[in-house]
Design a protein around this ligand. Structure first.
Ligand SMILES: *Cc1c(COP(=O)(O)O)cnc(C)c1O
Length: 384
C-alpha cells in the first residue's frame, strides 16, 4: 500500500511558473496588468482567434455570469442546460436573473441530449448552455442548428474542455461565448481563474468593463506612468478581473498544454486497457471528428459489481487513492428541489450516472507508480 495519500487532481507546477510568480512579485505589479494581457494573447493564439475576442477573468463561474449578461440574458428568460454538470453552470444562470431549465443527458457521451433541448424550448427560451462534460465535446453541429432555428444564444461551458475540438474547430469558438476555468484541478491552473472567448469583439469590450466595476476601458492602467486619467463608471459592474499573479501561472501552463494532454491520454489508455474485464462501464471514445480533452476519467459501477459505489469510494480512500464524484445530478440538491421543484426521476440518465460514477486520478502530475497504485487498487476492489 502507498505511504502517502494521492490527492485527486493535484496540479503539475513546474519551475517556470515558480520563477514567473517570483518575477511578478518582484515587479510589484501583482494585479491586472501586462502578464494578464500576455496570457490573453497566448490563449487567443492557442484558440486561433483574434486577441480582441478574449477576456481573462477571476473564475470560470465569473466567465459564465458575464457571458450571460453580455448575451442579454436576464429576468424572464429561460436558459437550457444539462442536469449533469457542476452547480456553477446553473448558479450563473440564476445570478444573471434568468431561470435555468434542465435537460437529461445522452448516456453514452454524458452530454446534453440535443433532442431533449428541442423539447425544452418555450417562447421564453433565450439561450442554450452546453457543458462539454469531462472533456467530451458536445454535438455542436446539432446544438448550433437548434440555436439558429430558434434564435437562441449559445454559451459554452468549456471548464473541462480546453483541448477539445469538433470537426477541427477548437472548443469555445463555435458558440457565441466560450467559458473556461483555470481552477486548481482543471487541465490548466492559475489557482482561480477563467477566460471568455466571444464571437464578437464588442461583447469582449463590454465584458472587460463589467469585470472591473464597469469602469471605462483600460482602467487597470490607472496607476501606471501613462499620465493621470480620470475613469468613469459606465455600468454597475463586478469585481471579476484576473491578477498578474494568476496569469504568471497560466502563461507557462498554456505552453505545456499539448504535451500534458498527451501524458493524460497515455494514462487514459492504460486505464481503458487494464479495466476492460471489470464490472464497470468505461468512458466511450468520442470518435474521429471529436477531440477529447481527457479532463476526467469516469467509470460507472455495474449492478453486478461486488461493492456499491459508496463502498468503492471508501475502499479507494482506505488504499490512499483520492477519487472524485463528478457529479451527483443537479436535481439531487435540496436548493434546486426547493426553488424549482426539480425531481430526480425526470432526469433518469443523469441521476443513474451520478449515483454510480467514480472519477479516477487523471492529473498530469501523476507518476507511473501512482498510476500503478490506482489500477491495482481498482482491480483489487472489483475482483473480490
Ligand atoms: C469548474 C467548473 C466551473 C466553474 O469554474 P470555477 O473556475 O471554479 O468558477 C463551471 N462549470 C464546470 C462544468 C466546472 O467543472
Amino acid at each position: 500500500m502507498r505511504d502517502e495519500f494521492l490527492v485527486f487532481g493535484a496540479p503539475q507546477i513546474e519551475q517556470a511558473e515558480i520563477d514567473e510568480v517570483v518575477a511578478t512579485l518582484k515587479s510589484r505589479w501583482i494585479g491586472t496588468g501586462p502578464r494578464v494581457a500576455r496570457f490573453e494573447r497566448d490563449f487567443a493564439a492557442y484558440k486561433a482567434i483574434d486577441h480582441d475576442q478574449v477576456a481573462a477573468v477571476g473564475s470560470g463561474t465569473a466567465a459564465l455570469h458575464l457571458s450571460l449578461i453580455a448575451a442579454n440574458v436576464g429576468p424572464g428568460d429561460e436558459v437550457i442546460t444539462t442536469a449533469m454538470t457542476f452547480c456553477a453552470s446553473v448558479n450563473a444562470i440564476i445570478h444573471a436573473g434568468a431561470t435555468p431549465v434542465l435537460v437529461d443527458i445522452d448516456p453514452e457521451s454524458r452530454n446534453m441530449d440535443p433532442a431533449a433541448v428541442v423539447a425544452a424550448i418555450t417562447p421564453k427560451t433565450r439561450a442554450i448552455l452546453p457543458v462539454h462534460f469531462a472533456g467530451y465535446p458536445c454535438d455542436m453541429t446539432a446544438i448550433m442548428a437548434i440555436a439558429k432555428d430558434n434564435d437562441l444564444k449559445v454559451i459554452e461551458d468549456c471548464a473541462h474542455a480546453i483541448e477539445s475540438e469538433v470537426n477541427g474547430h477548437k472548443i469555445g469558438t463555435l458558440g457565441d461565448f466560450g467559458c473556461f476555468s483555470f481552477y486548481a484541478t482543471k487541465n490548466l491552473v492559475t489557482g482561480e481563474g477563467g477566460m471568455i472567448l466571444a464571437s464578437n469583439a464588442d461583447s469582449i469590450n463590454r465584458i472587460k468593463q463589467l469585470a472591473l466595476h464597469g469602469l471605462s476601458h483600460d482602467a487597470w492602467k490607472r496607476f501606471s506612468d501613462a499620465g493621470h486619467k480620470h475613469y468613469f463608471v459606465e455600468e454597475c459592474g463586478f469585481k471579476y478581473n484576473m491578477m498578474d499573479l494568476q496569469a504568471a501561472l497560466g502563461i507557462h501552463q498554456l505552453a505545456r498544454i499539448e504535451s500534458n494532454w498527451e501524458k493524460r491520454r497515455t494514462i487514459w489508455r492504460t486505464y481503458q486497457r487494464v479495466f476492460k474485464e471489470l464490472p464497470i462501464a468505461l468512458p466511450v471514445d468520442p470518435g474521429e471528428n471529436f477531440r477529447h480533452a481527457y479532463h476526467l476519467y469516469i467509470v460507472t459501477l455495474n449492478d453486478s459489481a461486488p461493492v456499491s459505489r459508496d463502498e468503492f469510494l471508501s475502499s479507494m480512500i482506505e488504499r490512499k487513492v483520492g477519487i472524485g464524484v463528478h457529479y451527483l445530478a443537479i436535481p439531487e440538491h435540496p436548493y434546486y428541489q426547493r426553488a424549482y421543484g426539480w425531481k430526480t426521476q425526470d432526469y433518469p440518465h443523469a441521476t443513474r450516472f451520478g449515483r454510480s460514477c467514480v472519477s479516477l486520478p487523471l492529473s498530469t502530475s501523476l507518476l507511473n507508480k501512482d498510476v500503478e497504485d490506482v489500477t491495482s487498487a481498482v482491480v483489487e476492489i472489483l475482483s473480490k
